[in-house]
Design a protein around this ligand. Sequence first.
Ligand code: NAD
Length: 293
Amino acid sequence: MALDGLFFIFPSPMKILDGKALSEELIDSAKDEATKWKPKLAVILVGENPASLVYIKNKKKACERAGIEYEERRFPDTITQDQLISEIEKINTDDGISGLIVQLPLPEHIQVPLVIRAIDPKKDVDGFHAYNLGKIFLSPDFEDLPPATPSGIIRLLDHYDIPIRGQEAVVVGHSNHVGKPVSIMLLNRNATVTTCHIHTKDLKSHTKRADILIVAVGKAGLITADMVKKGAVVVDVGINRTEDGKLCGDVDFENVSKKASFISPVPGGVGPMTVAALILNTVHAAKRQNLKP
Ligand code: NAD
């Protein structure tokens, strides 16, 4: 029997998009450049949000692995917006620091867009500043400091040789940091992109059409197997906690994985890829600052 016939009887099994393994590979691959350009990442943390503490611990570990100097500046959640912005300005003018992230969320009395606007775009290694977000609209060639999570997602798809050009890509979630930029990055790679959100009528009619389905909402169990096309590539960005304290995504992994050709797990999928993309941005920012007088 021809090989094609065998595949018909035994369809190729679902594959895991292993973000953890790829993230470690990418962080290790940044070591040489880190030695050369000596990046230093500053992280501003306001308050003691438990999830933020976990995220910055992971970022610190990744910096240590890549050989990137890391500094945390912590402030109480009573800090005013003006005080926070003046702390950012100090880092902007500190030549010894090449990358800066302000860990989100911030307390309610602080307006996030104003804080992000205060970050020097050259040091904005989270890729949240309007300048860096604007550049990704142009073409992949202008993605100097792309937002970390969308960049991590694209790297994950590329690593597994998942074609993007001409594919139906459906993104669920339209936040400024994940849903919108990943939609643009997929469009720039010539996918046909649909972006869904809380006001989308009949979500399933869109998700069912997806060759590539990216879900970034923050609602456990939102995407069930009946909403997914057989053979789709499913990337789960969501991070939720179950009642027993375990992490889970937005996709019903157990059942959707039986239909998908590729699926990213939570944890171990997009989360570590976001950290890897942050590390690559940090090295890239240092390199550009070193090369420019
Ligand atoms: P957000 O709250 O800013 O945006 C949520 C989006 O989901 C919005 O566009 C909203 O319209 C949409 N939405 C809400 N309910 C919906 C519904 N029923 N149907 C369709 N769309 C709906 O969130 P965000 O910052 O983009 O994060 C989304 C999720 O991804 C969260 O769980 C967050 O923790 C996670 N996240 C993970 C990483 C990572 O590295 N893995 C990074 C960033 C965010």
